[in-house]
Ligand binder design. Structure first.
Ligand code: CU
Length: 335
């Protein structure tokens, strides 16, 4: 008598195989989707690839054994073979695979910390990033900006990270760094970008309703360009020139924007919101949420709570259209 595998068992085995294949595909595409742009990230990506290659034969063997058991339930192993399966598949195989993984783990800190690069302070806030650079000249005051991190390419940069309010997380996958940001603690990351380029960092720990909108564009630039950029950021805000910009500055002060925002040189020194001294030089509004355009800017001021509900800035919906445009003209002058 011949026994054919039951169709139900075959279907189940097929589904299991498909699931295993999908998991493997997801794992490998996640590894390929990572683009390492610095030594730290490269090391992690290599480690991930190696771990996947070690895991692959183990996963294939286990899936094959499982599929065989489901497809041919009538095949029974003798006691000797069963013992070998337990010793080989249950002890030897995982032992070898885990030892292999242990051997490829990197040991000790990365060597990047030796060379000197700038130290940059990053303060996480609900739901944006404050960034402080050492002044361009010795003894100069710190240069405070927000929501866009500029680093020189090719040198290790030391990031000192803290949180002002709740627990945040900082991750910059392309360069390989990540840190939990707990209020009262300072974390340090030393990262290097191989070449100029644009990357993205984000908050990875749930920190409140707008956690998902807490991104940080990162720009790695040639070192001399970075120095020029830093000098420009260190300067006070440009004086408003024509009528609408002057009117916009008056509305800015009269509306109380300056109680939360600083505009160095314009009598505004608030600390609850991002420094706006060189706001127009940034590419996004609201921690990577909107492009920095006229339409987005007037919309942001009039309807902050509709655009980013729960953000720590009220909507200024009582401002008229002309007032909003005057404000935007003023802010667009802050290059
Ligand atoms: Cu956060």
């Amino acid at each position: 008598m011949t026994i054919s595998p039951s169709p139900r068992a075959g279907g189940r085995a097929g589904a299991l195989l498909a699931l295993a294949a999908a998991m493997l595909a997801a794992g490998s595409s996640a590894a390929l989707a990572l683009e390492a742009a610095g030594p730290d990230a490269r090391e992690k990506l290599e480690l991930l690839r190696t771990a996947l290659w070690i895991a692959l034969p183990v996963a294939l063997l286990a899936t094959a054994a499982l599929a065989h058991a489901l497809l041919f339930p009538q095949h029974r192993l003798g006691p000797r073979a069963a013992r070998w399966m337990v010793v080989g598949g249950g002890l030897a195989l995982p032992g070898i695979a885990l030892t292999a993984m242990l051997l490829v783990l990197p040991r000790g800190p990365l060597p990047a910390a030796a060379e000197a690069g700038p130290t940059i302070e990053i303060v996480a806030r609900q739901f944006w990033w404050e960034i402080r650079y050492a002044g361009p000249a010795p003894g100069a005051p710190a240069v405070v900006t927000a929501n866009e991190l500029h680093i020189p390419a090719g040198v290790p940069v030391r990031l000192r990270l803290t949180s002002r309010d709740v627990i945040h997380g900082f991750a910059i996958p392309a360069l390989g760094g990540a840190a939990d940001l707990v209020p009262g603690r300072t974390e340090e990351l030393v990262l290097r970008a191989d070449a100029p380029g644009a990357f993205r960092a984000a908050c990875y720990a749930f920190c409140g309703v707008q956690h998902a909108h807490m991104a940080l564009p990162v720009l790695a630039m040639p070192r001399d360009e970075w120095q020029t950029w830093l000098r420009a950021q260190a300067a006070a805000a440009a004086a408003p020139q024509a009528g609408p910009a002057l009117q916009g500055r008056d509305i800015f002060i009269a509306s109380g924007c300056g109680s939360c925002h600083a505009v160095r040189g314009h009598g505004a020194d608030g600390e609850a919101g991002p420094d706006l001294t060189h706001f127009a030089s940034r590419e996004t509004i609201g921690a990577g949420m909107l492009p920095n355009t006229r339409a987005a800017l007037t919309g942001w001021i009039a309807a902050t709570q509709q655009i980013k509900p729960g953000a720590k800035m009220p909507s200024f919906h009582l401002l008229t259209g002309p007032e909003l445009h005057a404000l935007a003209t003023y802010l667009e002058g802050l290059r």
